[in-house]
Design a protein around this ligand. Structure first.
Ligand code: SER
Length: 636
């Protein structure tokens, strides 16, 4: 196939079509903001929504699923700037819930790479898990030999190597320890909480040396004094897919095997596109060139200039991610998801200074992002104005912060003979003026800078973070199990709330969004006027009556058509697959609520009441025609 015809959309479709042919059913992407999972701010892997099915719950679509999942990894924010890391990306996934396992998975992925995408197998390298005796988890000889056989069938030599960090050694398949070849949401086995799922994995890497100069990657990198191996950070090898053999659960004293063996495959769409397009830089793939070209046009700078590349890449990544986050309902703020969004925008604006981009420019980038994704995420186009408004507002606000910070900088620095860490920290804390700018300002004006200022600022910052972490820990000392139960209770309460709103205000009420944490439930719905105190009281009374009545919560799997015909309401009807799970609250013949939903839910409404009565503590407008209600538990 000619790479010229591949776009993000085509490649995504090729992958999904391939897995449909292999008997998989496609399910849609979940939001970047997980609906009912207070343990994490963002969807950072496709597997987040899949845990119940690894444990044996029946997926409405069967045991073989394929999907693409938009993901955001805030932990990678500081790594953006090299040739491969991004905060936002789309993850291609295929899943086996107790169906196929290693053999089929390894064959599927190899076939997709080599026979569908026409990648040269001699440019591919593989890692497998070396095992851990203490944990009683065996070495993955099976995968190593499966890979070896596949390579050899294509006439490619495939030597297996046991000490991978000592260099390539003419090998193709490498045994790494759990730092590299174990996957769980919390990382290595030792950091996994009891109950968490994980397993050994096998990653595939593409060798950029096939298209670019090896020296440029390794000898000229910060890793030049170490041997280059497939997990080296020099940028020569790019991980393009990870097959996790999801078969273990953490217990008090080790691991137990799950009742079924599962596959969790995740592959970075933009990375695959890069490789297929013959590039050695994700930002030179067509997933990014539109954005980069726009930045080149606005700044009149050259992307090829090595010292400017990080700025181009950071802005491109961060604005793309910001657009996707805003489309999924995140607004800039000082906490949780909103804080990360604000950080992305502000970092982009700071990096823009390196490109001499002085005027407002964020809105010029938005159409380039929308162009890439509009066929798949039509909500982007529909929300373009909102996205523009949010970005513009934040851009202006930050520019004001910078001006004010600069003024304070001038005021505070007068009569001082140097910029100290204390001063930089104070400017940051009180005026939001970034440390880096204080240092840059001092440098350009020839003001002396306290020795080791960066380390000292980092220390002050760390101390600050420890203090806020401490208070967060105290806040959550209720215990994790309790959190989970509260969250589930709020989730069922969300359905009750929607039912109560519709009874009191009419059927035009429709859910627009929801968000749950351990302390409260937030619910957005369409309605064009403020609620009166009588209406609020009536809604609250209905909710608490339903808790008292101990209604049954039951679920069934129906076709989407049957579900809608039965009167079940759907939050985003067109986003659901053909077979759906429907939750009914109350007598199945005379129900209070019936909704399409993935769960989890309580089984009886008194399980909600054990945390207290439900209380509406705030109601306000969030946008034209959209109201927001907050509910919490009130001790009875
Ligand atoms: N869960 C694995 C990952 O995120 C594979 O999907 O990398």
């Amino acid at each position: 196939m000619s790479s010229n015809f591949l776009t993000l959309t085509n490649l995504r479709n090729l992958y999904l079509d391939f897995f449909v042919k292999k008997g998989h059913v496609i399910v849609p992407s979940a939001s970047l903001v997980p609906e009912n999972d207070p343990s994490t701010l963002f969807t950072s892997a496709g597997m987040q929504a899949m845990t119940p099915y690894f444990l044996g719950e029946k997926h409405p679509q069967g045991q073989k699923i394929a999907n693409f999942q938009r993901c955001f990894r805030s932990e990678d924010i500081d790594r953006v700037g090299d040739n491969s890391h991004t905060t936002f990306f789309e993850m291609l996934g295929n899943w086996s819930f107790g169906d196929y396992f290693k053999k089929e998975q390894i064959e599927f992925f190899f076939e997709f790479l080599v026979d569908v995408l026409n990648l040269d197998p001699s440019h591919l390298y593989v890692s497998v898990f070396a095992g851990n005796k203490d944990l009683n988890i065996p070495r993955d000889e099976e995968s190593a030999h499966l890979w070896q056989d596949l390579f050899q069938r294509k006439g490619v030599e495939a030597k297996i190597i046991n000490n991978p960090r000592q260099g390539l050694q003419g090998g193709r398949i490498f045994f790494y320890d759990e730092e590299k070849n174990w996957w769980s949401r919390s990382g290595v086995p030792a950091s996994m909480p009891v109950g968490e799922l994980g397993g050994p994995d096998s990653e595939v890497f593409y060798d950029f040396a096939a298209i670019d100069d090896v020296q440029h990657f390794h000898q000229q990198s910060a890793f030049a004094d170490q041997a280059c191996h497939i997990n080296c950070d020099c940028g020569r090898f790019l991980e393009i897919g990870n097959s996790v053999f999801m078969q273990y659960q953490r217990t008090q004293d080790g691991f137990k095997e799950l009742a079924q063996k599962n596959i969790d495959f995740g592959g970075g769409l933009e990375r695959l596109l890069t490789v297929v397009e013959g590039q050695s830089d994700v930002f030179q793939s067509s997933a990014f060139t539109g954005i980069i070209e726009k930045l080149v046009e606005l700044s009149q700078k050259d992307y090829k200039e090595a010292q400017l590349q990080p700025a181009f890449r950071i802005i491109a990544d961060h604005i793309r991610a910001s657009v996707m986050l805003i489309a999924d309902g995140v607004l800039p703020s000082n906490k949780e998801q909103g804080y990360l969004l604000r950080r992305l925008i502000r970092r982009s604006l700071r990096q823009a200074k390196h490109l001499n981009l002085e005027k407002e420019f964020l809105l010029d980038i938005v159409p380039e992002v929308i162009k890439l994704y509009q066929d798949l995420y039509p909500q982007l186009k529909a929300k373009e104005k909102h996205i523009d408004d949010v970005l513009k507002n934040e851009e202006q606000k930050f520019n004001r912060t910078l001006r004010r910070g600069l003024k304070e900088f001038n005021r505070l620095i007068v009569n001082k003979d140097q910029l100290t860490a204390d001063l930089a920290f104070k400017l940051y804390e009180s005026y939001g003026f970034p440390f880096e700018l204080s240092i840059e300002e001092a440098k350009t004006r020839g003001i002396a800078i306290e020795e080791q200022i960066e380390n000292k600022i980092a220390e002050a910052n760390q101390q600050h973070a420890v203090l806020s972490r401490q208070s967060a820990t105290e806040k959550f000392k209720g215990g994790l199990a309790d959190h989970k139960d509260r969250t589930t209770a709020f989730h069922t309460a969300t359905h009750l709330l929607q039912a109560a709103l519709r009874r009191v205000l009419g059927d035009q009420v429709q859910q627009k969004g929801s968000n749950i944490n351990v302390e409260r439930l937030r619910f957005d719905f369409s309605y064009d006027q403020a609620l009166s105190s009588e209406e609020l009281a009536k809604i609250e009374q209905l909710l608490n009556q339903w808790l008292k009545n101990d209604l049954l919560v039951s679920s069934e799997i129906l076709s989407k058509k049957e579900a809608i015909e039965s009167g079940a309401i759907a939050f985003f009807a067109d986003r659901y697959p053909d077979e759906v799970k429907v939750y009914t609250i109350g007598d199945p013949e005379d129900w209070v609520s019936k909704e399409l939903c993935g769960g989890p839910h309580v089984e009886h409404t008194t399980q909600i009441a054990r945390f207290g009565n439900l209380e509406i503590f705030k109601e306000k407008a969030v946008a034209e025609g959209v109201r927001r209600i907050y509910i919490r538990f009130k001790a009875i």
